[in-house]
Design a protein around this ligand. Structure first.
Ligand code: MG
Length: 289
């Protein structure tokens, strides 16, 4: 359960109330309707010591589909009472210590064991054997029935399918930056424009639709004139399986492409490209080595 810290005056009914999630802490923040986005960032600086220039507030309603800029009044943003937003950004002291650590380890072999994932060796040796296949088949069938495909642009005839993850695939969601464009993968929009000539593009992220929409908006992926997204899928289209890695049993969720293929039979294992930083997400997909 997240820690909740209440901050700011609470007696004025007309105040704009937000719940700001920063790491594992959620702050209840109240500001006057005359406050701007910049004022919100100043308040968040008081609470977190993250400089406003390093703050990225994800989930604020935009204006005309564009991210909210600092000069906008909060009262113009159609913020719901106690709306949840996410703050991305680090304190200067934390950045300094990370930079020092990076410098110290720049030439050493650093093993990232923060996340459970398959290695290439696992894939080659079949160490990630999935058990309980019948149970997984039933779960898959349920997702086939219940998945909400948010169609944004109708699939085009004769195009292959590109399924893209967001976090750590096209968006570095934990680093700090003054602009979200710095956190997106270099050349992202050129890549998408190029891919769009041959592929219909789908985004599938292990997050809720609300955060998914906010990230796509911030990344300016919803309004390009050079490419369009066919649809997006969120975590509700995933389900959990248990597999083994190096003899250790793990339970994790998967992105089973068959859910898409059953809905859109023009796509299959021969014309789909799935790009994700976590290979465990592929665990139920056909494997070609
Ligand atoms: Mg990812």
């Amino acid at each position: 359960m997240d820690e909740i810290e209440a901050c700011g005056p609470a007696d004025a009914e007309e105040e704009v109330a937000l719940r700001v999630k920063w790491g594992s802490v959620t702050y209840a923040v109240e500001l006057s309707p005359e406050s701007t986005v910049a004022d919100l960032k100043d308040r968040l600086f008081e609470l977190t010591e993250v400089l406003p220039k390093r703050q990225k507030v994800i989930g604020l309603p935009g204006v005309s589909g564009r991210p909210a800029c600092d000069s906008l009044l909060l009262s113009n943003l159609r913020i719901k009472q106690d709306q949840k937003v996410m703050l991305i950004g680090s304190r200067e002291a934390d950045i300094s210590s990370v930079n020092a650590l990076c410098a110290a380890t720049a030439f050493s072999d650093v093993v990232n064991d923060l996340d459970i994932d398959y290695s290439e060796d696992d894939a080659r040796t079949g160490a990630n054997i999935i058990r309980h296949k019948e149970a997984y088949r039933r779960r898959l069938e349920r997702r086939v029935e219940t998945t909400d495909f948010r169609i944004m642009n109708a699939p085009r005839e004769g195009k292959r399918l590109l399924v893209l993850d967001i976090d750590y695939t096209i968006f570095d969601c934990k680093s700090t930056a003054e602009s979200i464009s710095v956190l997106s993968r270099p050349g992202l929009h050129q890549f998408l424009a190029s891919a769009y000539r041959h592929f219909d593009i789908v985004v599938w992220s292990q997050t809720s639709w609300r955060w998914l929409e906010a990230k796509l908006t911030e990344l300016s992926m919803l309004f390009s004139t050079e490419y369009k997204l066919a649809f997006v899928l969120d975590r509700t289209a995933m389900f959990s399986v248990t597999s083994t890695r190096r003899g250790v049993e793990r339970t994790h969720e998967v992105k089973a492409l068959e859910i898409i293929w059953r809905k859109f039979p023009q796509w299959n294992q021969h014309n789909t490209l799935h790009v994700d930083d976590l290979s465990r997400n592929f665990a139920l997909n056909p494997r070609y080595v």
